[in-house]
Design a protein around this ligand. Structure first.
Ligand code: 5AD
Length: 351
Protein backbone atom coordinates (compact mmCIF):
# COMPACT_ATOMS: atom_id res chain seq x y z
CA UNK A 1 0.00 0.00 0.00
CA UNK A 2 1.31 3.43 -0.93
CA UNK A 3 1.54 5.94 1.88
CA UNK A 4 -1.04 8.72 1.97
CA UNK A 5 1.79 11.13 1.31
CA UNK A 6 2.74 9.34 -1.92
CA UNK A 7 -0.89 9.16 -3.03
CA UNK A 8 -1.28 12.90 -2.50
CA UNK A 9 2.00 13.57 -4.36
CA UNK A 10 0.66 11.66 -7.37
CA UNK A 11 -2.68 13.49 -7.26
CA UNK A 12 -0.65 16.72 -7.35
CA UNK A 13 1.68 15.55 -10.11
CA UNK A 14 1.60 17.67 -13.29
CA UNK A 15 4.36 15.89 -15.17
CA UNK A 16 2.75 14.14 -18.16
CA UNK A 17 5.47 11.52 -18.44
CA UNK A 18 5.29 10.62 -14.80
CA UNK A 19 1.51 10.40 -14.90
CA UNK A 20 1.55 8.16 -18.00
CA UNK A 21 4.15 5.90 -16.50
CA UNK A 22 1.98 5.43 -13.40
CA UNK A 23 -1.05 4.66 -15.59
CA UNK A 24 1.05 2.05 -17.43
CA UNK A 25 2.03 0.50 -14.13
CA UNK A 26 -1.64 0.34 -13.08
CA UNK A 27 -2.57 -1.17 -16.45
CA UNK A 28 0.01 -3.90 -16.06
CA UNK A 29 -1.23 -4.68 -12.56
CA UNK A 30 -4.74 -4.96 -13.97
CA UNK A 31 -3.65 -7.43 -16.67
CA UNK A 32 -1.71 -9.52 -14.15
CA UNK A 33 -4.53 -9.65 -11.60
CA UNK A 34 -7.88 -9.49 -13.38
CA UNK A 35 -6.86 -10.24 -16.96
CA UNK A 36 -7.57 -8.52 -20.27
CA UNK A 37 -11.32 -9.05 -20.34
CA UNK A 38 -13.78 -6.22 -19.93
CA UNK A 39 -17.13 -7.18 -18.43
CA UNK A 40 -20.44 -5.58 -19.34
CA UNK A 41 -23.20 -4.57 -16.94
CA UNK A 42 -26.27 -3.19 -18.65
CA UNK A 43 -27.63 -0.45 -16.44
CA UNK A 44 -31.37 0.13 -16.11
CA UNK A 45 -32.23 3.44 -14.45
CA UNK A 46 -35.66 2.33 -13.43
CA UNK A 47 -36.96 5.36 -11.55
CA UNK A 48 -35.90 8.92 -10.66
CA UNK A 49 -38.30 9.23 -7.74
CA UNK A 50 -36.06 9.98 -4.77
CA UNK A 51 -36.61 10.64 -1.08
CA UNK A 52 -33.09 12.04 -0.65
CA UNK A 53 -31.91 15.59 -1.21
CA UNK A 54 -28.16 15.36 -1.86
CA UNK A 55 -26.69 18.77 -2.68
CA UNK A 56 -24.87 17.58 -5.82
CA UNK A 57 -27.49 15.41 -7.50
CA UNK A 58 -29.83 16.43 -10.32
CA UNK A 59 -32.67 14.13 -9.24
CA UNK A 60 -32.70 15.29 -5.58
CA UNK A 61 -36.23 15.51 -4.30
CA UNK A 62 -36.25 19.33 -4.16
CA UNK A 63 -35.50 19.68 -7.85
CA UNK A 64 -39.02 20.35 -9.05
CA UNK A 65 -37.90 20.76 -12.65
CA UNK A 66 -37.54 17.00 -12.99
CA UNK A 67 -40.28 14.98 -14.62
CA UNK A 68 -40.58 11.97 -12.28
CA UNK A 69 -41.05 8.45 -13.64
CA UNK A 70 -41.01 4.82 -12.62
CA UNK A 71 -40.63 2.23 -15.36
CA UNK A 72 -43.26 -0.46 -15.51
CA UNK A 73 -42.38 -4.01 -14.56
CA UNK A 74 -42.82 -5.01 -18.19
CA UNK A 75 -40.39 -2.35 -19.45
CA UNK A 76 -37.79 -3.30 -16.84
CA UNK A 77 -37.98 -7.00 -17.64
CA UNK A 78 -37.80 -6.23 -21.36
CA UNK A 79 -34.67 -4.15 -20.82
CA UNK A 80 -33.09 -6.90 -18.76
CA UNK A 81 -33.84 -9.46 -21.48
CA UNK A 82 -32.36 -7.09 -24.05
CA UNK A 83 -29.15 -7.11 -22.01
CA UNK A 84 -29.25 -10.89 -21.74
CA UNK A 85 -29.80 -11.30 -25.50
CA UNK A 86 -26.89 -8.97 -26.15
CA UNK A 87 -24.73 -11.28 -24.05
CA UNK A 88 -24.20 -8.99 -21.10
CA UNK A 89 -23.29 -11.10 -18.08
CA UNK A 90 -25.25 -8.90 -15.69
CA UNK A 91 -27.57 -5.98 -15.29
CA UNK A 92 -27.54 -3.19 -12.74
CA UNK A 93 -30.87 -2.00 -11.40
CA UNK A 94 -30.44 1.58 -10.27
CA UNK A 95 -32.96 4.15 -9.08
CA UNK A 96 -33.59 7.06 -6.77
CA UNK A 97 -33.87 6.00 -3.15
CA UNK A 98 -37.20 4.70 -1.86
CA UNK A 99 -37.79 2.51 1.17
CA UNK A 100 -41.57 2.08 1.08
CA UNK A 101 -43.03 -1.39 1.07
CA UNK A 102 -44.50 -1.08 -2.44
CA UNK A 103 -41.04 -0.37 -3.79
CA UNK A 104 -39.43 -3.19 -1.81
CA UNK A 105 -42.02 -5.68 -3.10
CA UNK A 106 -41.76 -4.33 -6.65
CA UNK A 107 -37.98 -4.81 -6.75
CA UNK A 108 -38.20 -8.25 -5.19
CA UNK A 109 -40.66 -9.34 -7.85
CA UNK A 110 -38.49 -7.95 -10.63
CA UNK A 111 -35.39 -9.74 -9.37
CA UNK A 112 -37.28 -13.03 -9.22
CA UNK A 113 -38.74 -12.59 -12.68
CA UNK A 114 -35.39 -11.72 -14.27
CA UNK A 115 -33.85 -14.79 -12.66
CA UNK A 116 -36.69 -17.00 -13.82
CA UNK A 117 -36.79 -15.69 -17.38
CA UNK A 118 -33.03 -16.11 -17.86
CA UNK A 119 -32.74 -19.49 -16.09
CA UNK A 120 -30.64 -17.84 -13.43
CA UNK A 121 -28.05 -16.86 -15.99
CA UNK A 122 -28.23 -13.08 -15.87
CA UNK A 123 -26.35 -11.65 -12.86
CA UNK A 124 -28.10 -8.87 -10.95
CA UNK A 125 -26.39 -5.95 -9.26
CA UNK A 126 -28.48 -3.50 -7.26
CA UNK A 127 -27.82 0.19 -6.80
CA UNK A 128 -30.85 1.30 -4.81
CA UNK A 129 -29.36 3.23 -1.93
CA UNK A 130 -29.67 2.84 1.83
CA UNK A 131 -32.17 0.22 2.95
CA UNK A 132 -32.98 -1.80 6.06
CA UNK A 133 -30.92 -4.95 6.57
CA UNK A 134 -34.09 -6.99 6.10
CA UNK A 135 -34.70 -5.45 2.71
CA UNK A 136 -31.16 -6.17 1.58
CA UNK A 137 -31.68 -9.76 2.71
CA UNK A 138 -34.98 -10.14 0.85
CA UNK A 139 -33.45 -8.88 -2.39
CA UNK A 140 -30.42 -11.13 -1.92
CA UNK A 141 -32.66 -14.15 -1.33
CA UNK A 142 -34.62 -13.19 -4.43
CA UNK A 143 -31.43 -13.54 -6.50
CA UNK A 144 -29.40 -10.31 -6.53
CA UNK A 145 -25.75 -10.99 -5.77
CA UNK A 146 -23.96 -7.65 -5.91
CA UNK A 147 -24.76 -4.25 -4.45
CA UNK A 148 -23.28 -0.85 -5.16
CA UNK A 149 -23.53 1.84 -2.51
CA UNK A 150 -21.12 4.70 -2.92
CA UNK A 151 -19.89 6.26 0.28
CA UNK A 152 -19.58 9.45 -1.85
CA UNK A 153 -16.72 10.61 0.40
CA UNK A 154 -15.16 8.73 3.29
CA UNK A 155 -14.61 12.01 5.16
CA UNK A 156 -17.49 12.29 7.62
CA UNK A 157 -17.34 16.05 8.10
CA UNK A 158 -17.15 16.63 4.36
CA UNK A 159 -20.06 14.20 3.89
CA UNK A 160 -22.10 16.45 6.19
CA UNK A 161 -21.40 19.42 3.92
CA UNK A 162 -22.69 17.55 0.87
CA UNK A 163 -25.96 16.39 2.39
CA UNK A 164 -28.86 17.76 4.46
CA UNK A 165 -29.01 17.13 8.21
CA UNK A 166 -31.14 14.00 7.99
CA UNK A 167 -28.64 12.12 5.78
CA UNK A 168 -26.48 9.99 8.00
CA UNK A 169 -22.90 8.95 7.20
CA UNK A 170 -22.91 6.32 9.96
CA UNK A 171 -25.99 4.66 8.54
CA UNK A 172 -24.28 4.42 5.18
CA UNK A 173 -21.37 2.65 6.86
CA UNK A 174 -23.81 0.28 8.53
CA UNK A 175 -25.42 -0.46 5.17
CA UNK A 176 -22.05 -1.44 3.71
CA UNK A 177 -21.44 -3.69 6.70
CA UNK A 178 -24.85 -5.38 6.34
CA UNK A 179 -24.37 -5.94 2.63
CA UNK A 180 -21.12 -7.78 3.32
CA UNK A 181 -22.66 -9.79 6.17
CA UNK A 182 -25.53 -10.92 3.95
CA UNK A 183 -23.08 -12.12 1.32
CA UNK A 184 -23.34 -9.57 -1.45
CA UNK A 185 -20.28 -8.70 -3.48
CA UNK A 186 -20.09 -5.19 -2.21
CA UNK A 187 -19.16 -2.12 -4.18
CA UNK A 188 -18.64 1.46 -3.18
CA UNK A 189 -17.04 4.59 -4.59
CA UNK A 190 -16.75 8.34 -4.37
CA UNK A 191 -17.17 11.43 -6.47
CA UNK A 192 -13.92 13.03 -7.49
CA UNK A 193 -13.29 16.77 -7.68
CA UNK A 194 -16.23 17.94 -5.57
CA UNK A 195 -16.09 21.59 -4.55
CA UNK A 196 -14.13 21.73 -1.31
CA UNK A 197 -12.70 18.20 -1.57
CA UNK A 198 -8.99 17.96 -0.69
CA UNK A 199 -6.36 15.52 -1.97
CA UNK A 200 -5.95 14.33 1.62
CA UNK A 201 -9.58 13.37 1.54
CA UNK A 202 -9.20 11.48 -1.77
CA UNK A 203 -6.16 9.64 -0.39
CA UNK A 204 -8.27 8.66 2.63
CA UNK A 205 -10.92 7.32 0.22
CA UNK A 206 -8.42 4.81 -1.21
CA UNK A 207 -7.61 3.69 2.32
CA UNK A 208 -11.33 3.41 3.02
CA UNK A 209 -11.76 1.00 0.08
CA UNK A 210 -8.86 -1.08 1.35
CA UNK A 211 -9.78 -1.03 5.04
CA UNK A 212 -13.39 -2.01 4.31
CA UNK A 213 -12.35 -4.90 2.11
CA UNK A 214 -14.47 -3.66 -0.79
CA UNK A 215 -14.94 -5.97 -3.83
CA UNK A 216 -15.87 -3.46 -6.50
CA UNK A 217 -15.46 0.23 -7.17
CA UNK A 218 -17.68 2.54 -9.18
CA UNK A 219 -16.37 6.07 -8.93
CA UNK A 220 -16.20 9.01 -11.23
CA UNK A 221 -15.58 12.70 -11.55
CA UNK A 222 -18.06 15.12 -10.04
CA UNK A 223 -20.01 16.88 -12.79
CA UNK A 224 -22.02 20.01 -12.17
CA UNK A 225 -25.81 20.04 -12.32
CA UNK A 226 -27.36 23.48 -12.60
CA UNK A 227 -30.39 22.94 -10.36
CA UNK A 228 -28.45 21.88 -7.28
CA UNK A 229 -27.12 23.79 -4.28
CA UNK A 230 -23.55 22.70 -5.06
CA UNK A 231 -23.51 24.14 -8.58
CA UNK A 232 -20.79 26.74 -8.92
CA UNK A 233 -19.43 27.37 -12.39
CA UNK A 234 -16.39 29.23 -11.01
CA UNK A 235 -15.16 26.24 -9.09
CA UNK A 236 -16.11 23.44 -11.49
CA UNK A 237 -13.14 22.42 -13.63
CA UNK A 238 -14.10 19.50 -15.91
CA UNK A 239 -10.58 18.85 -17.24
CA UNK A 240 -9.11 18.72 -13.78
CA UNK A 241 -11.86 16.41 -12.55
CA UNK A 242 -11.39 14.15 -15.53
CA UNK A 243 -7.68 13.78 -14.90
CA UNK A 244 -8.27 13.24 -11.20
CA UNK A 245 -10.83 10.57 -12.10
CA UNK A 246 -8.22 8.65 -14.08
CA UNK A 247 -5.63 9.10 -11.35
CA UNK A 248 -8.02 7.71 -8.74
CA UNK A 249 -8.70 4.63 -10.89
CA UNK A 250 -4.98 4.01 -11.28
CA UNK A 251 -4.27 4.56 -7.58
CA UNK A 252 -7.06 2.18 -6.60
CA UNK A 253 -5.81 -0.51 -9.00
CA UNK A 254 -2.20 -0.21 -7.80
CA UNK A 255 -3.20 -0.45 -4.14
CA UNK A 256 -6.01 -3.03 -4.33
CA UNK A 257 -5.08 -5.30 -7.17
CA UNK A 258 -7.83 -7.92 -7.50
CA UNK A 259 -11.04 -5.88 -7.39
CA UNK A 260 -13.41 -4.86 -10.18
CA UNK A 261 -13.25 -1.18 -11.11
CA UNK A 262 -15.71 0.50 -13.47
CA UNK A 263 -14.93 3.12 -16.08
CA UNK A 264 -18.04 5.21 -15.43
CA UNK A 265 -20.37 7.33 -17.57
CA UNK A 266 -19.20 10.48 -15.78
CA UNK A 267 -15.68 9.90 -17.21
CA UNK A 268 -17.12 9.62 -20.71
CA UNK A 269 -19.24 12.70 -20.09
CA UNK A 270 -16.15 14.85 -19.52
CA UNK A 271 -14.05 13.37 -22.33
CA UNK A 272 -14.99 11.54 -25.55
CA UNK A 273 -12.24 8.99 -24.81
CA UNK A 274 -13.27 8.61 -21.19
CA UNK A 275 -14.17 4.92 -21.23
CA UNK A 276 -11.06 3.92 -23.11
CA UNK A 277 -8.71 5.99 -20.96
CA UNK A 278 -10.40 4.64 -17.85
CA UNK A 279 -9.74 1.08 -19.02
CA UNK A 280 -6.13 2.02 -19.76
CA UNK A 281 -5.74 3.44 -16.26
CA UNK A 282 -6.84 0.17 -14.63
CA UNK A 283 -10.62 -0.20 -14.91
CA UNK A 284 -12.10 -3.51 -16.16
CA UNK A 285 -15.88 -2.97 -16.15
CA UNK A 286 -18.15 -0.86 -18.36
CA UNK A 287 -21.85 -0.28 -17.96
CA UNK A 288 -23.80 0.38 -21.15
CA UNK A 289 -26.96 2.31 -20.42
CA UNK A 290 -29.92 0.24 -21.60
CA UNK A 291 -32.65 2.43 -20.09
CA UNK A 292 -35.29 3.01 -22.81
CA UNK A 293 -34.53 6.31 -24.55
CA UNK A 294 -37.78 7.95 -23.51
CA UNK A 295 -36.68 7.93 -19.85
CA UNK A 296 -33.00 8.85 -20.22
CA UNK A 297 -33.38 12.62 -20.24
CA UNK A 298 -35.19 12.44 -16.91
CA UNK A 299 -32.35 10.61 -15.20
CA UNK A 300 -29.67 13.28 -15.30
CA UNK A 301 -27.76 13.16 -12.06
CA UNK A 302 -25.45 15.70 -13.69
CA UNK A 303 -25.43 17.79 -16.86
CA UNK A 304 -24.49 16.65 -20.31
CA UNK A 305 -24.58 12.96 -19.44
CA UNK A 306 -23.04 10.91 -22.25
CA UNK A 307 -25.32 8.93 -24.59
CA UNK A 308 -28.51 10.74 -23.66
CA UNK A 309 -29.85 10.29 -27.18
CA UNK A 310 -27.97 7.20 -28.28
CA UNK A 311 -29.86 3.94 -28.73
CA UNK A 312 -28.86 1.07 -26.47
CA UNK A 313 -27.54 -0.77 -29.54
CA UNK A 314 -25.38 2.24 -30.45
CA UNK A 315 -24.07 2.44 -26.90
CA UNK A 316 -23.10 -1.23 -26.92
CA UNK A 317 -21.37 -0.94 -30.30
CA UNK A 318 -19.44 2.09 -29.16
CA UNK A 319 -18.18 0.28 -26.07
CA UNK A 320 -17.28 -2.86 -28.02
CA UNK A 321 -15.19 -0.68 -30.34
CA UNK A 322 -13.39 1.06 -27.50
CA UNK A 323 -12.46 -2.31 -26.03
CA UNK A 324 -11.23 -3.55 -29.41
CA UNK A 325 -9.15 -0.41 -29.91
CA UNK A 326 -7.05 -1.20 -26.85
CA UNK A 327 -6.68 -4.85 -27.84
CA UNK A 328 -8.78 -6.27 -25.03
CA UNK A 329 -11.70 -8.70 -25.13
CA UNK A 330 -15.26 -8.52 -23.88
CA UNK A 331 -16.31 -11.25 -21.46
CA UNK A 332 -19.59 -11.95 -23.23
CA UNK A 333 -22.27 -13.67 -21.12
CA UNK A 334 -19.87 -13.97 -18.20
CA UNK A 335 -20.67 -12.59 -14.76
CA UNK A 336 -17.11 -11.37 -14.35
CA UNK A 337 -17.29 -11.41 -10.58
CA UNK A 338 -14.71 -9.58 -8.52
CA UNK A 339 -11.80 -11.99 -7.94
CA UNK A 340 -11.27 -10.23 -4.63
CA UNK A 341 -14.56 -11.63 -3.32
CA UNK A 342 -13.34 -15.20 -3.82
CA UNK A 343 -9.70 -14.58 -2.88
CA UNK A 344 -10.88 -13.15 0.42
CA UNK A 345 -13.19 -16.12 1.01
CA UNK A 346 -10.34 -18.55 0.47
CA UNK A 347 -8.14 -16.58 2.84
CA UNK A 348 -10.88 -16.51 5.46
CA UNK A 349 -11.28 -20.26 5.21
CA UNK A 350 -7.61 -20.69 5.91
CA UNK A 351 -7.74 -18.73 9.14
N1 5AD B 1 -21.67 14.28 -10.53
C1 5AD B 1 -21.16 13.04 -10.56
N2 5AD B 1 -21.74 11.97 -9.98
C2 5AD B 1 -22.91 12.17 -9.35
N3 5AD B 1 -23.71 11.32 -8.68
C3 5AD B 1 -24.78 12.01 -8.24
N4 5AD B 1 -24.69 13.30 -8.61
C4 5AD B 1 -23.53 13.43 -9.30
C5 5AD B 1 -22.85 14.51 -9.92
N5 5AD B 1 -23.37 15.75 -9.89
C6 5AD B 1 -23.36 9.93 -8.42
C7 5AD B 1 -23.34 9.63 -6.93
C8 5AD B 1 -24.34 8.49 -6.78
C9 5AD B 1 -24.35 7.90 -8.17
C10 5AD B 1 -25.56 7.09 -8.49
O1 5AD B 1 -24.27 9.04 -8.99
O2 5AD B 1 -22.05 9.21 -6.56
O3 5AD B 1 -23.96 7.53 -5.82
Amino acid sequence: MMTKKDIIAFLNCRDKKEIDSFFNQAYKIKLDNVGNKVYLRGIIELSNICTKDCFYCGIRKSNNKVNRFCMSEKDIIESALFSHNNRHGSVVLQSGERCDIEFIDFIEKIIKTIKKETNGKLGITLSLGEQAKDTYKRWFDAGAHRYLLRIETSDESFYKRLHPEDHDYKNRLNCLKWLKEIGYQTGTGVMIGLPGQSYESLAADIYFFKDNDIDMIGMGPYVLHENTPLASRNIFNPDRNFELGLKMIALTRVNIKDINIAATTALQTLNPDGYRLGLKAGANIVMPNITPLKYRKDYQLYEGKAFLNESSEGYIDFLANQVKLIGEEIGYSEWGDSPHFYNKKTNNNLV
